[in-house]
Design a protein around this ligand. Structure first.
Ligand code: ASP
Length: 361
């Protein structure tokens, strides 16, 4: 009994002593200004807000439910989920938003359902020409590639251009020579052949013939026959934003035509002060509306929210006559995915870490 009492008294004194010491320490740290090596309050706040976020798209257009079989829809959804998983795994482990966006786009480039990499559409000459870009919101560094014919994963070459070329944008043969020098995988054009994209080209060519020549039956051309793109935007735990976009462009485009995807400030843009954006749609209109940069500046100069800014810019595209959509994320992790077409292949990771994939309105 006696032992127990002595032990209890000792515990009491120990508790008082440690509490007082802890209090003194807390007071000291509250009073003392931040000294070198310590974090300023703003930095401490940043460290506490370790939100991460990822949004992806696989192109916008006339995606009609009636034309979509269950199997097909399942395949599209599975592809989007795989892309989300590839990107989110990196973010969850504390990786960089640049790596996450590149990884997500890589998956979609390898999936023949999407118009980028493997599933790229055909030019009027029956070739495949791909564009892409990536941007780092922290440094405003960017890499863009255009009119590639043999690069299996254009997004990785865009990243290399950003990091190693000393340039921002490279195209065609010069870009592919740079890829070769740096061990980026090049493939034969045959790799990009898919029957579906080839049929879409024939359909559009037939329609053009009818339009310019004798009257014939109307051939319905969907946006899906015409274009598509893939993209990803992400926020990592260090508050860095990144955007990546990759595309085969538009079916039946003239060889040499470049769309909005590799145009920094149009189809792709990222800035830690505001947001990261990746667009999809009629590239010519998205370039003229400087979509990505406009979303950013509306937030920066007008104080608009991400959602308001994204919608305002898409409305501007529509006013010019363009259709499509965009995905965007801001530094707080807010997301926006507006589109003015019947559907947009898209996905994001919700605040509980669940993958959400959607296609229609
Ligand atoms: N924006 C792409 C381009 O014009 C196509 C698309 O996203 O549908 O090249």
């Amino acid at each position: 009994m006696k032992h127990a009492r002595v032990f209890g008294v000792n515990c009491f004194f120990a508790f008082v002593f440690f509490s007082a010491a802890a209090l003194a320490l807390a007071q000291e740290s509250a009073q003392s200004p931040a000294v070198s090596g310590e974090k300023a309050p703003e930095d401490q706040l940043k460290m506490q807000t370790k939100k991460i976020g990822l949004v992806i798209h696989g192109g916008a257009g006339t995606i009609e439910r009636s034309k979509m079989t269950q199997d097909r829809e399942r395949e599209y959804r599975a592809g989007l989920e795989r892309a989300l998983a590839a990107g989110y795994e990196i973010l969850k482990q504390g990786g960089a938003s640049l790596d996450a966006t590149e990884a997500a786009v890589h998956v979609l480039e390898d999936d023949p359902h999407f118009n980028a990499g493997k599933g790229s559409v055909f030019t009027s000459a029956g070739t495949n020409e791909m564009d892409g870009a990536i941007m780092d919101g922290k440094t405003l560094s960017a890499g863009a590639v255009a009119a590639l014919k043999h690069v299996k994963n254009p997004i990785s070459l865009a990243r290399l251009v950003m990091e190693k070329s000393g340039h921002v944008m490279m195209d065609g043969e010069g870009a592919e020579a740079f890829a070769r020098e740096n061990g980026i995988e090049l493939v034969d054009q045959k790799y990009f052949f898919t029957q579906e994209r080839w049929d879409a080209l024939q359909k559009i060519k037939a329609m053009e013939k009818h339009r310019t020549g004798a009257a014939g039956k109307r051939i319905p051309i969907t946006d899906q026959d015409r274009h598509g793109t893939v993209g990803a935007v992400a926020l990592d735990k260090n508050g860095n934003l990144a955007a990546a976009t990759s595309t085969g462009g538009t079916t039946n485009k003239r060889p040499g035509r470049v769309g909005d995807s590799p145009v920094i400030g149009a189809g792709t843009y990222a800035n830690n002060a505001t947001c990261a954006v990746s667009a999809t749609g009629d590239g010519e209109y998205f370039i003229r509306a400087t979509v990505g940069h406009d979303v950013s500046t509306l937030m920066e100069y007008r104080g608009m929210s991400l959602k308001e800014a994204a919608q305002a810019v898409l409305d501007k595209v529509a006013k010019l006559g363009g259709t499509g959509g965009l995905i965007a994320i801001d530094r707080e992790g807010n997301m926006a995915l507006p589109f003015n077409t019947a559907g947009m292949y898209r996905g994001y990771v919700d605040p509980n870490g669940e993958y959400v994939v959607e296609i229609y309105k």
